[in-house]
Design a protein around this ligand. Structure first.
Ligand code: SF4
Ligand code: SF4
Length: 281
C-alpha cells in the first residue's frame, strides 16, 4: 500500500472506534492474502527507549515478561549518551522517542534521563518525547505531576494485573496453524511503535527485545549504524517465532488470565535457574 496513504489513515482513524476495527480487519486480510501489496514495515524513525525492567505491577501476559521473568535491568546513562551521540553523528532524525519499561519512572536515574532528553528536545523540537506509564501508585503519580510540559504522557492508569492483552507468552511455534509462517514479516508493533533500545542493544521492536532477554539469543544490534530494515527482519526470523504478538496478524484474541506455552515454560525454567547473559549496547 502507498506509504503516504497509510500514514495519513493512521493519523485520522482513532483507536477503539468502529472504523478502526474495520481497518484492522482489512489489514489482517491484506497481510495474509496480498503480502506483495501490504506488509508491516519497521519504523526506523520512532524508537522506544526500554529504560528499565522495574515495574510496580506484574500484569498477566505482559509483553516484557516483567512478572514471569523478573529482573532489575536498566539502560545506563552512558548507554543513553552513546545513543544520542550516534544519532547525531549519523544525522538520524527521530520523529518520536518514547520512554517505556517496565514502569519507566522507576528507573533509578529518571531525573538524569529527562535532562538528556531536554538537551535532545532543545536541538530537535519537532521530535515528540512521550512517556508511557502505568500511572500506578503514589511514587509514579508524583513523578508524573512534575514532568516538563514538552513530555507527552500516555497513562494506562492500571490498578491491577488482569488487563486484556494478547497472549504474549504463547509462542506461535507452539500453535500448529502458525508454525510455518514467515516470521521475518513481523507485526504491527514494529510499524506503530517503532524500533527499540535496551541495555542489550537495538531491536526491531520492544517485545522482541524482551523475548531475547529471556531466551538469550543475543541478537541486539550493538550500534545504531547497524540498524536497517533487513537487520530488523533478521531479528524477527528468530524472535517473532516466540512472540505472542505475531498472532495478531491472524486476528488473535485478547486474554486476561496468564497463558504460557511449552517453549516459554521451558525458557522460564531455564531463566529461573540461570539467566542468560547478553552482551550490552
Ligand atoms: S504495567 Fe506494563 S510493564 Fe508493568 S507489568 Fe503491567 S504491562 Fe508489564
Ligand atoms: S511479533 Fe513480536 S517480535 Fe515480532 S515484530 Fe511483532 S512484537 Fe516484534
Amino acid at each position: 500500500m502507498i506509504p503516504g496513504i497509510r500514514a495519513a489513515l493512521k493519523r485520522i482513524v482513532k483507536p477503539d472506534t468502529l472504523v478502526h476495527k474495520v481497518a484492522e480487519r482489512v489489514q489482517h486480510g491484506l497481510w495474509r492474502y496480498a503480502p506483495r501489496y501490504f506488509d508491516w514495515k519497521p519504523n526506523l524513525s520512532s524508537i522506544d527507549l526500554d529504560i528499565t525492567t522495574r515495574c510496580n505491577l506484574t500484569c498477566h501476559n505482559c509483553s516484557r515478561s516483567v512478572g514471569v521473568a523478573p529482573a532489575d535491568e536498566s539502560l545506563s546513562l552512558g548507554q543513553l549518551d552513546r545513543f544520542f551521540q550516534q544519532s547525531r553523528a549519523l544525522g538520524w532524525r527521530w520523529r518520536s522517542i518514547k520512554l517505556v519499561g517496565g514502569e519507566p519512572t522507576l528507573h533509578p536515574q529518571f531525573g538524569e534521563i529527562l535532562e538528556f532528553l531536554a538537551t535532545h528536545h532543545q536541538a530537535n523540537p519537532e521530535c515528540e518525547v512521550r512517556l508511557v506509564t502505568n500511572g500506578h501508585g503514589r511514587r509514579v503519580r508524583e513523578t508524573l505531576s512534575s514532568l516538563p510540559s514538552w513530555v507527552t504522557v500516555k497513562d494506562s492508569a492500571k490498578q491491577a494485573n488482569d488487563h486484556a492483552f494478547q497472549s504474549y507468552n504463547v509462542a506461535p511455534i507452539d500453535v500448529p496453524k502458525y508454525q510455518r509462517a514467515d516470521f521475518r514479516r513481523g507485526c504491527f508493533v514494529t510499524e506503530y511503535c517503532g524500533v527499540a533500545l535496551t541495555k542489550n542493544g537495538i531491536y526491531g521492536c520492544s517485545p522482541g527485545a524482551a523475548v531475547d532477554r529471556v531466551f538469550g539469543f543475543d541478537v541486539g544490534l550493538k550500534s545504531l549504524e547497524e540498524l536497517s530494515e533487513s537487520a530488523a527482519r533478521r531479528q524477527f526470523a528468530t524472535l517473532c517465532r516466540l512472540c505472542g504478538h505475531f498472532k495478531y496478524n491472524y486476528g488473535g484474541a485478547l486474554v486476561t488470565a496468564q497463558e504460557t506455552s511449552p517453549s516459554w515454560r521451558e525458557a522460564l525454567e531455564r531463566y529461573e535457574k540461570a539467566r542468560p547473559v547478553l552482551t550490552t549496547y
